[in-house]
Design a protein around this ligand. Structure first.
Ligand SMILES: [Zn+2]
Length: 302
């Protein structure tokens, strides 16, 4: 059976779709069906010449659209237009991610968000800078087709060139069953970010060169990929229990850095996620029930 997906809030409940599925598109073992539930409503229209597909996303039951016509645009903005100070490292537009290539739908290394989420993040950045640090975002709005791409990849044998870095202790074939990949994702609602902290002034970011030797995301910071962020105990998108926000198996510096990030983001109106220290959803998100499939490109912003 395909259970309806519910809006996630990062807390576990009795519903068969796990917190992982609801927050990051990662179903628990009780629900291994990655596709939207049968009968889910798809709304397709054209906005500024770009096909927009919106799907009921993250609630118990589909509900009628607010208007009988196609939905208006989601009101995305480029984060750089709202706050140029926030650093970006949009991994899914590059080969430096767990798949090892650019992900479907990421046409530009751009952070698109709802205007409400971008404004909130600007407020967080003010507070971070006051503490001598900057935000750096790894992912923002994510098209539904990107999640589909993840699942198609996960279902194919081989193509595991990035395993040593991103899921060193999980077999690729188990990524879905163990809850690390699934659908849909809160990111597709446009108000969720994957984010870390960087000391200011920001150290230069090491460049990832495809084919370079890989080090486990669980390795001590001096050994793993030289991200210019502070030590969070693991790399970004590390499919491992060490990424759990409250893990007591990471060192005191990483625990304090995670605490600071969560405090800053929570104060700014975001809700964290207990299984990924980097993942935050705007509490008052404007599209709590709708996933979008616009590509990540500047023309998708208003
Ligand atoms: Zn995330």
């Amino acid at each position: 059976m395909a259970a309806p997906y519910r809006r996630g809030d990062g807390t576990a409940d009795a519903h068969p779709v796990s917190a992982a599925a609801r927050e990051h598109g990662r179903p628990g073992s009780a629900d291994r069906h990655p596709r939207p539930a049968a009968g889910r409503r798809w709304l397709v229209g054209t906005v500024a010449g770009v096909v927009l597909a919106a799907v009921g996303c993250g609630r118990d039951e589909p509900r009628p659209p607010s208007s009988p016509s196609a939905p208006s645009g989601p009101g995305f903005v480029a984060l750089s237009d709202v706050d140029q100070r926030i650093l970006t490292d949009i991994r899914y537009a590059t080969g430096h991610n767990f798949v090892g290539r650019r992900i479907d739908g990421y046409q530009e290394p751009l952070c698109l968000l709802t205007a409400r989420a971008a404004d909130a993040l600007r407020g967080v950045q003010d507070a971070a800078l006051a503490a001598g640090r900057s935000l750096k975002v790894y992912d923002c709005y994510r098209p539904q087709r990107a999640t589909d791409d993840f699942l198609n990849w996960a279902g194919q044998p081989g193509q595991d060139t990035m395993k040593a870095a991103f899921y060193p202790r999980v077999a690729k074939a188990e990524l879905v069953d163990r809850g690390y990949l699934g659908a849909p994702s809160a990111h597709s609602r446009g108000s969720t970010v994957d984010v870390t902290l960087v000391d200011m002034p920001a150290p230069e970011q090491a460049r990832y060169v495809p084919g370079q030797p890989l080090v486990a995301c669980t390795a001590p910071r001096p050994q793993r990929f030289a991200d210019n962020s502070v030590d969070m105990g693991t790399g970004f998108d590390c499919f491992d229990p060490l990424s759990h926000t409250d893990s007591d198996r990471v060192g005191p510096t990483a625990r304090e850095n995670r605490r600071q990030l969560r405090q800053l983001m929570t104060d700014g109106g975001f809700v964290g996620y207990d299984r990924e220290w980097w993942h935050f959803r705007l509490r008052d998100e404007p599209w709590p029930d709708t996933c979008f499939d616009l590509p990540v490109t500047r023309s998708s912003a208003d």
